[in-house]
Design a protein around this ligand. Structure first.
Ligand code: AMP
Length: 280
């Protein structure tokens, strides 16, 4: 496994691999501080491709001015050993200046589905995500790229970008990996103190119960949402950003179940904002 920081160098290395007959490139973009969620994406990429590239880049343009860019957890040593163990060929970890030469750069905005859920709470977030992912796609030129359903809206936004802008890349969705007690794995879980960590279990618990209500025949999504909201409010330290029920294909608000739906939520525990979702 090699670690590369320069765009020129990674382009050359990938060309060199291709010259050796290694044809397909699987790409896993991350912000590092890797956990088993990321590992599941890497494992899938390893199974399906000749070359596996993981990028580790805490992308400043997807953080708002009062968000956690500076203190976002970083541990390149540990990330490298996880990648090595998982059979990654190349880690691409550029400095910010390698990716952004100045403040004026072209940016990509995916309409409509970027404006709800996390897009509403974090203005500009998905522009930052799409722009960096498009740049990384142009640098790595993968055949397949792997994204987690934990960030379901992000997955949809990237799929739409790839489709709208004709990137010749297959976007591969990967299921959410959870801790044994159900909390969705996230690099941001490391911010939680013990009390917040315990309280955060309500996210998965209420989503699971909501799933069972829908399985049991409940069609009224306002009832489902109210149920989740009241469960979270019972945990006094959870502060709801949003709990929403959306059409799974369009991300338009859904009031009753008459097709596939996504129930997505974002909740603060202390200063830490966690997201989770289920679809039915
Ligand atoms: P991040 O480093 O948080 O930007 O995440 C990089 C990729 O890993 C994204 O495609 C995420 O959706 C995915 N990911 C993060 N956490 C999980 C998880 N718990 N299960 C599955 N995929 C995840």
């Amino acid at each position: 496994m090699i670690i590369i920081k320069s765009i020129l160098e990674i382009r050359e290395k990938i060309q060199q691999y291709k010259g050796q007959g290694l044809k397909t490139v699987g790409f896993v973009p991350t912000m590092g501080f890797l956990h088993k969620g990321h590992e599941s994406l890497i494992e899938k990429a390893r199974k399906e491709n000749d070359i596996v590239v993981v990028s580790i880049f805490v992308n400043p343009t997807q953080f708002g001015p009062n968000e956690d860019f500076e203190k976002y957890p970083r541990d390149i040593e540990k990330d490298s050993s996880i990648c090595k163990r998982a059979g990654v060929d190349i880690i691409f970890c550029p400095e910010v200046l390698e990716m952004y030469k100045g403040l004026n750069f072209t940016s990509i905005s995916v309409d409509t589905i970027s404006e709800v859920l996390c897009g509403r709470s974090r203005p500009g977030h998905f522009n930052g995500v799409c722009t960096v992912v498009a740049k990384l796609f142009n640098i790595v030129m993968p055949n397949r790229a792997y994204f987690g359903e934990k960030d379901f809206q992000q997955l949809m936004v990237i799929k739409k970008m790839v489709n709208d802008l004709n990137f010749d890349i297959e976007i591969v969705p990967c299921p959410t990996i959870r801790e044994e007690d159900g909390l969705a794995m996230s690099s941001r879980n490391s911010y939680l103190n013990l009390e917040e960590r315990r309280a955060a279990l309500i996210l998965n618990k209420s989503l699971k119960e909501a799933f069972n209500m829908m399985k049991g025949g409940e069609k009224d999504l306002l009832k489902i949402k109210d149920f989740i909201i009241s469960e979270i409010k019972n945990e006094k330290i959870g502060r709801i950003d949003y709990v929403e029920a959306m059409d799974l294909n369009t991300l338009k608000e859904a009031l009753v179940i008459n097709g596939p739906v996504l129930i997505a939520l974002a909740v603060y525990f202390g200063k830490t904002r966690l997201i989770d979702n289920i679809y039915f």
